[in-house]
Design a protein around this ligand. Structure first.
Ligand code: V47
Length: 366
């Protein structure tokens, strides 16, 4: 193996990993440029197994996207509709959103994941009532809701600080933040693809505050559009720096760009090889983040399964209702049963472990 690492130009990186020395920006870029991407995967798999053995985590969750009305104009987005009256624009009444959860009363769900558009006309009470209602229906459900971009939008719209918004949502039942909205932290890219939503520093600061208030969160990276390898690694390093400070990130989630029905539709989707490599480099660079998630809706089921040997140890979950990726061309199913998830994990030679949002193992009575 050492001679293969040497001829791939990766021996010094392997030695650093063995010695517990952190990878630099330049190391990360070299991992993206190395020809032998199976070797990059092998290195990432070693790191993954050190942390998680052969275990692959998933959860029993469901999504609710309560509105797609959004004032932001992100070029990659196929989900948002700018005005409430636009064709396909929708906003669920609170009862419609709660009914989604009521209709799943027979399912042993542990998590509801809510991401919405940035709706200009709803009162703040819509969001607090949404959460209180979910908890009334299922007191033990974990509510992972609203990206940092939504939190920033609420603060500006309802004239509160980011911390006040987080505190009020927590008082209404919010348990953690999902990682969406991170895109690519580099200003050059943000200016081009999502110039009118909260910037990288504020995104990270909202996660910093959330962690200080006792919540956990995830961090995503939207890749495969106009970003460079250096900007990918810079993104990972910014997440790593905040993680050194707070320890509050649970998972890093690479999100493959889907080009259908959006303003970047001329770009090709990232290849399977690129997707596998991004998960691997994330595992190698983000030495302090416990989990790398291959979100099967974004990668495709087969690539997610393969990513379990390229540094990923988590598949997200059953999902059940998904619009953001399906409106952008994802051809995966919108849901998988726990049996299907377990089968595909076992078929990849890994051990499935059902977790809750905080990575506690879930054991069902038999
Ligand atoms: O923020 C939008 C991305 C994100 C496209 O925290 C697109 O557990 C690809 O954040 N092609 C929302 N990506 C999804 C998300 C997420 C997913 C899974 C797990 C978690 C978690 C969070 O989806 C957005 C944006 O980055 N997105 N449009 C598109 N066309």
């Amino acid at each position: 193996m050492r001679s293969r690492l040497r001829s791939a130009g990766l021996l010094d990186i392997a030695d650093k990993l063995d010695a517990g020395i952190r990878l630099s920006l330049e190391d990360g870029v070299r991992l993206f440029e190395a020809g032998d991407f199976l070797l990059v995967g092998w290195l990432a798999n070693r790191e993954s197994e050190k942390r998680n053995g052969g275990r692959t985590f998933y959860n029993y969750n469901s999504r609710i996207e309560a509105t797609n009305v959004c004032v932001a104009s992100c070029l990659f987005c196929s989900f948002a509709r700018l005005k409430p009256g636009d064709a396909d624009a929708y906003t669920m009444s609170l009862d419609e959103a709660w009914d989604k959860l009521r209709s799943r009363a027979a399912q042993p769900l542990t998590e509801i994941h809510v991401v919405n558009g940035l709706h200009p006309d709803l009162p703040f009470s819509y969001y607090t009532d949404l959460l209180t209602g979910f908890k009334r229906i299922r007191p033990n459900i974990h509510l992972k809701c609203f990206t940092a971009v939504e939190i920033a939008f609420f603060a500006d719209l309802y004239q509160m600080t980011d911390e006040q918004v987080l505190r009020e949502l927590m008082a209404a039942g919010l348990d953690s933040l999902p990682g969406g909205g991170a895109e690519i932290f580099a200003e050059r890219v943000r200016q081009k693809i999502c110039h009118d939503k909260c910037g990288a520093d504020r995104y990270l600061d909202i996660h910093r505050i959330a962690h200080r208030l006792g919540m956990r969160s995830n961090v995503t990276m939207l890749y495969g559009h106009i970003e460079t390898a250096e900007e990918r690694v810079d993104h990972m390093l910014r997440a790593r720096t905040l993680q050194d400070e707070t320890g509050g990130f649970q998972a890093f989630i690479p999100l493959a760009f889907h080009p259908d029905n959006n303003q970047m539709r001329k770009l090709p989707a990232p290849s399977a090889a690129d997707t596998l490599r991004v998960h691997a480099v994330a595992r190698l660079v983000l030495d302090n983040v416990p989990h790398i998630k291959a979100f099967w809706i974004a990668t495709g089921v087969e690539v997610a399964q393969t990513a379990l040997w390229f540094g990923a140890d988590d598949l997200d979950g059953t999902v059940q209702e998904e619009k953001i990726y399906h409106m952008a061309g994802s051809r995966t199913p919108e849901a998988m049963t726990t049996r299907e998830i377990e089968r595909l994990i076992r078929a990849a030679g890994r051990e499935p472990v059902e977790r809750d949002t905080l990575y506690n193992v879930v054991a069902h009575a038999v």
